[in-house]
Design a protein around this ligand. Structure first.
Ligand code: AMP
Ligand code: ZN
Length: 306
């Protein structure tokens, strides 16, 4: 089987077992009780993974105001992945025209206006704006769960456009950010291998857009800024699937948001992120479709109950 066939095979098995209800739009899926229970279990493990003194858990909206979104540099590097929100702000007359278009089967979204909100692509992007223009005397550590958006439609059940991620983010000095990333490089793979997921840690790069993509990716790899926790979910030699990542951003976000670190220089940051559906589905791929037959230690770790 080719990689694409193996991806579809996993999707079919999840559908057949009643775990995944396919939706008409590629890259969107509805999951049912067993997957949701595993997602909750994984989320709980990530949340309590590595208690760092002073860590603050924050609940954030799945959007960023446009100005902040632009500041993150996402538009520059990943325009192909973004999504933004439109709203209706018209008069009753505009509404009648809108409904007439809808009823006639005409395009109608042109009658909406931009809300100047962009869909969050990574939870950590909501942390940096909290400190815009500030001088931090101590590092800030956040634990953030959010639904994320990336426009990458696919038949691979592990590659969704809308998915959940939990991240541990540190904003501080270069040493503190490097140490945070280093600690994630130890804790992240351990969390996954304790669940029976065979993972390896590899140097990786983000999917940059456009003519500079290769250069940017090479720079990121040469500087070893991004590591991924890769699991060989699909077999074969065409690469595994990233279940999580540990990223050192240097002063990228500190510079963009004008944050000064405890050492008086631009703040550095690092994040450790885990894709919750990805990890849950990897568990189904590795341990089988019936969670009742998963190893007891895995069920216990995920608090799946007796
Ligand atoms: P990244 O910020 O790209 O390193 O992503 C962090 C983690 O989010 C990845 O390791 C995956 O577990 C998860 N993830 C990223 N993109 C997707 C996607 N399209 N669908 C599902 N999970 C994803
Ligand atoms: Zn991040």
């Amino acid at each position: 089987m080719t990689r694409a066939e193996r991806e579809r095979d996993l999707r079919d098995r999840l559908i057949h077992a009643g775990h995944l209800i396919p939706l008409p739009t590629r890259g969107l899926a509805t999951f049912t009780s067993d997957v949701e229970a595993v997602v909750r279990g994984v989320d709980g493990l990530v949340r309590t993974m590595e208690p760092v003194a002073g860590v603050v858990e924050i609940g954030v909206p799945p959007f960023l105001p446009e100005v902040e979104f632009v500041r993150t540099g996402y538009l520059r590097s990943f325009p192909h992945l973004l999504g933004s929100v439109d709203v209706f702000t018209g008069s009753p007359r505009d509404h009648r025209a809108l409904m007439a278009d809808v009823e006639a089967g005409n395009p109608w979204t042109e009658r909406l206006s931009p809300a100047h909100l962009d869909l969050l692509s990574a939870p950590c992007h909501s942390a940096y704006p909290l400190h815009q223009g500030q001088s931090l005397h101590t590092p800030r550590v956040y634990d953030i769960h959010s639904r994320c958006w990336r426009h990458e439609p696919s038949d691979d059940p592990m590659r969704l456009m809308s998915f959940r991620m939990r991240e541990k983010v540190l904003i501080g000095s270069a040493e503190q950010a490097s140490a945070h990333r280093e600690s994630g490089l130890g804790h992240g793979p351990r969390l996954l291998s304790d669940l029976g997921l065979p993972v390896s840690r590899v140097v990786a790069n983000d999917p940059f857009f456009g003519r500079m993509a290769r250069l940017m990716a090479e720079g990121q790899r040469d500087d070893e800024l991004k590591f991924e926790f890769i699991c060989d979910v699909y077999g074969g030699d065409d690469g595994g699937v990233a279940l999580g990542s540990a990223n050192y951003h240097q002063d990228h976000f500190g510079g963009d948001f004008d944050i000064t670190g405890p050492d008086g220089g631009p703040a550095h940051s690092a994040c450790i992120g885990f894709g919750l559906e990805r990890i849950a589905l990897a568990l189904f791929a590795v341990h089988g479709m019936d969670t009742g037959r998963w190893p007891t230690a895995v069920r216990d770790g995920l608090r799946l109950g007796p």
